[in-house]
Design a protein around this ligand. Structure first.
Ligand code: B12
Length: 483
């Protein structure tokens, strides 16, 4: 008898680095989005009679004391952590502390990092009792229902047997139907929605929200970690999506939503239906989504615009055709250019998602990317520093293509942990800075940002309020400014 509440789980989204640096973290200042995975888990287990609370350290960096107080006051039998690669070690730090604080407490980790490395995580980290590999709702529910007593019977779970050997039960035979999921438990996120913010200049109005309406992606790009939801594609129906948007509008006054689906437009029919619903019964909100170029056409774009679509992000990755073909299926920069032109023509903003430092990258390929990107009707872009995540196809052979420093805490797409053969880290940093600087110095781009004063007044206020920090980033490209 441990006196722990085995019906209760505390779910934690770790910050990933020392809390003192959070105020000067350019990534958090530019965007801070809610952990929808944890909110979905909380809603699911509460629907099944358990109690779940969430502490999001990304939104509340000084949360250590609050976490300890929660564990002392409520004595949860289980504490769950949602981790990417860069936030994983911070998660194990908190887990080890909590186990010291409350003997008998068990920890479960989920998210992309654990889903990619599976039992290897349990072999190396004693603070991790269980790993949930892939989709988490049912595995967490079963873990709570069994009080942790029958781990071998839970599909999707990694655990240690009586001898201490780490085992994985394999994936469940059947995945959830996404329309069976309750809406994420937004009320469990302290300060929702105003504690969160979409990327600067990516929205017209606040308060805003993020949504995920599908899981999985049928493609297998070399840089993408799909270890959680794999290659199948499941999605919410148009009616469910419409009701979800209506709920956000009515309960939280949301005025704009960004859909973070990997492939929002893959199923054209559901979008046509959603657009019709939004036109027939408007909700007074706008939305953004991300798409692949080959899944867009002029008719669909017209419908999306009429339904309130404000911006579409396109995965461009690189403007060098040869490099692109090494990393992506159906790589065709002409298709991307056509899609960008169609989006603009429909009156929707365009955002390009780019990467620098892929295996095979050279100074010449970076020059070609710059020329391509600057020639396209792109309103804004996100330039990530390529990072070979353990769950991505590129990871397996990464050492053949350059120098890789596998320091998990820094694998956040804002550090060049991988340097392709023929380049050096300082040179890559310089090329990255030049790319950003040249973009922001173009008259057309500057003018575009000036129009944000009325197109996205909330972004403009955030930007001006942190001007010094943003200029520091453009000059140095460093993620953290000294506290
Ligand atoms: C929105 C998003 C963000 C948001 C919110 C992050 C969040 N934690 O929710 C923000 C902008 C903050 C973000 C930041 C980053 N992100 Co991000 N992000 C996404 C995105 C597009 C959607 C996440 C999501 O909501 N999914 C839907 C929910 C339902 O799924 P889920 O979160 O995976 O949760 C399910 C399971 O994983 C599992 N699960 C998850 N946690 C737990 C915990 C427990 C206890 C259990 C039992 C189960 C469980 O159950 C959940 C329900 O089924 C994903 C791609 C994707 N399609 O998932 C990338 C993704 C997660 N991000 C990624 C990266 C690289 C980053 C950044 C490093 C990059 C950057 N500079 O922006 C940072 C890291 C920040 C951090 N501290 O972790 C990578 C992670 C790869 C890796 N191995 O690390 C992904 C997978 C994209 C990719 N394909 O490469 N991201």
């Amino acid at each position: 008898m441990t006196g722990l509440d085995r019906q209760r789980v505390l779910l934690i989204h770790p910050l990933g680095y020392g809390a003192a640096a959070a105020g000067g973290d350019i990534s958090r200042l530019a965007n801070l989005m809610p952990p929808l995975g944890l909110a979905s888990l909380a809603a699911w287990v509460e629907k099944h009679g358990f109690t779940a609370d969430i502490i999001d350290c990304y939104a509340r960096p000084q949360a250590d004391a609050a976490i300890d107080a929660y564990v002392r006051d409520h004595r949860p039998g289980l504490v769950g952590f949602s981790c990417t690669t860069s936030s994983f070690l911070d998660g194990t730090r908190i887990a080890a502390r909590l186990k010291g604080l409350l003997p008998g407490l068990r920890t479960v980790f989920g998210g992309p990092h654990v889903s990619a490395l599976k039992t290897a995580i349990l072999e190396r980290f004693s603070a991790v009792d269980y790993g949930v590999i892939g989709e988490g709702e049912e595995a967490l529910r079963e873990l709570l229902a069994s009080g942790g007593e029958a781990p071998a019977a839970i599909p999707g779970l990694a655990y240690r047997d009586a001898t201490g050997k780490a085992l994985f039960n394999g994936y469940p035979n059947q995945m959830l139907a996404l329309d069976d999921l309750p809406f994420p438990a937004y009320h469990k996120l302290e300060g929702y929605p105003t504690a969160y913010r979409l990327p600067l200049f990516d929205y017209p109005t606040a308060p805003n929200a993020t949504c995920i309406s599908s899981r999985g992606c049928p493609y297998a790009c070399s840089y993408c970690d799909r270890s959680v939801f794999g290659r199948s594609f499941r999605y919410n129906s148009a009616t469910y999506m419409y009701e979800h948007l209506r709920f956000l509008r009515q309960s939280y006054g949301i005025r704009h939503v960004t859909f973070y689906d990997d492939n929002f437009t893959v199923n054209r029919a559901r979008l046509v239906e959603l657009c019709a619903l939004l036109q027939r019964r408007p909700l007074g909100l706008t939305f953004n989504c991300a798409a692949r170029a080959e899944h867009l056409d002029a008719d669909l774009l017209r419908l999306l615009k009429a339904a309130g679509c404000w911006m579409i992000s396109l995965g461009v990755e690189t403007g060098d055709p040869e490099l692109l073909s090494q990393h992506r299926q159906q790589a065709d920069l002409q298709t991307v250019a056509t899609a960008l032109a169609l989006i603009k023509k429909a009156g929707i903003r365009t955002k390009a998602l780019l990467m620098m430092g892929l295996p095979g990258e050279t100074e010449a390929s970076i020059r070609r990317t710059k020329a391509y990107v600057f020639a396209q009707p792109i309103d804004t872009f996100n330039l990530a520093k390529f990072t070979p995540f353990p769950g991505s196809p590129a990871y397996a052979s990464i050492h053949e293509h350059g120098e890789f420093n596998e320091d998990w805490a820094k694998m956040d797409c804002m550090h060049f942990q991988f340097v392709p053969r023929g380049l050096t880290r300082p040179r890559l940093e310089e090329l990255y800075r030049d790319f950003q600087r040249e973009h922001f110095q173009r008259a057309k781009v500057l003018l575009g940002y000036m129009t944000m004063a009325w197109r996205s007044p909330d972004s403009t206020r955030r930007f001006l309020g942190n001007l010094g920090k943003f200029l520091h980033f453009v000059r140095t490209t460093e993620r953290y400014e000294a506290p």
